[in-house]
Design a protein around this ligand. Sequence first.
Ligand code: SF4
Length: 327
Amino acid sequence: MINFQYLRTTSAKSAIALLLKDKNAKFLAGGTNLIDLMKRGVTAPEKLIDINHVPLKQIEQIGNKIHIGALATNTAVADHALIKEKLPLLSWALQAGASAQLRNVATVGGNMMQRTRCGYFYDTEMPCNKRQPGTGCGAMEGFNRMHAIFGTSEKCIAVHPSDMCVALTALDAEVVLANGKGERKIAFKDFHRLAGDTPQLDNNLKADEMIIRVEIPVNNLAKNYHYLKVRDRASYAFALVSVAAAFELNNNKITDIRLAMGGVAHKPWRLTASENFLKGKEATLSNFEKAAGLAMTGAKGFGENNFKLKLAPNTIIEALNLAKSKA
Ligand code: SF4
């Protein structure tokens, strides 16, 4: 690890001002991914701006939206009574992530900013277009068991590792970002990017911006929901495939539905075609199977991850069945 300067700040305004002064500075919150990246030489910021004392830890309902501050920890969100009651899908997704110790310090903003766990990205001896554009992609014809089957590019087939972000994508969340001039709001589904020709970019956060909070509309999806994460170990493992499913049932007819997948793309993968198919239909196994088939349009394996082409639709069907069984 190289030497760096450590700074601490107590307001978003001063944090952004410090960021503007140095292009090679980074915010430090829980540090659960950033410190690993620094230890391995994948990133080497000259300044770390500790934002843990910035008051952005609120979890509250304002009007018909639930606001969650960027510095609320994953544990605080998952365990909060308001989240358990009104957004249980988010609570479940958070509890599926990492370990209890990591969730205790990892923040909402940090969870969004975490980087892929592709092994080539973390090994500075190996080619990786995300770490060093133009060097090639080691995973394309290498070890790619964990990698993407949707939205891939010739430059990168990495997946975004978050569980929380899959649920927030499904729940139509928005992200509030601030810079020196004010705030802007974007749909959560548009925060993360596909790799395309710029795999070094994970998201659409600008260099002078800070994540302030996420806002999630209150919904009627707190009864029939499930977050199903398929992984190599029962805990502390990243998803091979995960599915966030939530729907509203009226006499076994689906009146509203949200579906998203994790572990399959460079960003959380919303299943809009499957949602549109299921809306207004009976919650039957046959319809779940058809919806899962629709979700697989355009899927492509790269060898070791070909098993995901079967695992993904099966996980969708099982998540929908488990959500229905909560009725
Ligand atoms: Fe790097 Fe992406 Fe290829 Fe992994 S998949 S080696 S992160 S370019």
